[in-house]
Design a protein around this ligand. Structure first.
Ligand code: ZN
Length: 297
């Protein structure tokens, strides 16, 4: 569901110091000279608190006067330190959304602490991470629940998501399961489980993931029918699918699915030896021998 990302190469405090130096000749020179020290302290406090909104206080002065901060984010001057960092962060190298684990290139940069309430963190790299549009639409400017507990996992600071954190329980009948249930992995502490649940609920991951998994499961059953027809080893093949996905993200949706299938002895027994539905084979074996376009002259 969540992918642990490395903190951006450019350190947040280091970038901030460069910004303050560069602002010394700009239109807001006086403003930045006045608030520079406190801004630096607040960014350091953000890092020390791992971005946790339960611990980070708002800054009245930045909320009352957000424009100089927001301008840095919205219209960064070409060639300035923060413009270079922002454009590197927008390079779209990921193939999975780090917040939900769905396949696809995340198109937006999310402010973990929103720029409406924390304008002074709007260009801080540790507060910015790639996110898909659907997650962004659910997260909006939320940070805390009604009990003042943070809702979202932070992709830079929450180490526990380096491992798989969710498992799927697939109900019977296996050819068309009536139930899919997404659960936290055993072994997580109660606090982490509770955070994970808030994250899953806050991004409405359960219905999104289950919708995906229904398709995925039908696809796997058909693929297994083909694997058996070719006399190949079903367990080895599914393990290979899982390994391929683990390299892309242990909390990616496909990895959670394959890992959960392999852990389910009953389901595996059915896939290996059970009676599968009859399929008409729609994928010819020679598909990998397609003629290259333009070569048949
Ligand atoms: Zn997402």
């Amino acid at each position: 569901m969540v992918m642990k990302l490395d903190l951006p190469e450019q350190g947040s405090v280091e970038l901030l110091k460069q910004i303050i130096v560069e602002r010394a000749n700009g239109v807001n020179a006086k403003f930045f000279a006045k608030i520079g020290d406190e801004w630096t302290e607040r960014v350091q406090a953000f890092i020390d608190a791992a971005g946790n909104p339960e611990l980070i206080k708002k800054w009245d002065e930045s909320v009352a006067n957000p424009t100089p901060f927001l301008t840095l984010y919205n219209s960064p001057a070409e060639g300035h330190a923060h413009q270079i960092v922002l454009s590197a962060m927008r390079e779209k190298k990921l193939q999975i959304c780090p917040s939900c684990g769905e396949d696809g290139t995340p198109h937006t940069l999310d402010h973990y602490l929103p720029k409406t309430d924390f304008p002074h963190f709007s260009v801080i790299p540790a507060n910015l991470s790639p996110m898909c549009d659907i997650c962004q639409g659910h997260k909006l400017t939320e940070t805390l629940d009604k009990h003042d507990r943070r809702i979202f996992i932070h992709p830079y600071f929450d180490q526990f998501v380096e491992n798989r954190v969710l498992r799927l329980v697939i109900g019977k009948p296996y050819e068309a399961p009536r139930n899919f249930e997404l659960l936290a992995m055993d072994g997580l502490s109660p606090n982490l489980k509770a955070l994970l649940l808030r994250h899953v609920t806050g991004l409405q991951l359960q219905p999104r993931f289950i919708h995906f998994v229904k398709e995925m499961h039908g696809h796997l059953v058909r693929t297994v029918a083909n694997i058996r027809a070719l006399d190949q080893n079903v367990v080895h093949q599914i393990r290979t699918f899982r390994k391929l996905e683990a390299g892309r993200g242990k909390n990616g949706w496909r990895h959670i699915y394959f890992a959960s299938v392999l852990k389910d002895d009953d389901l595996m027994e059915w896939l290996v030896n059970g009676k599968l539905p009859e399929f008409i084979d729609t994928v010819p074996d020679n598909e990998d021998e397609e003629t290259a376009v333009g070569s048949a002259r």
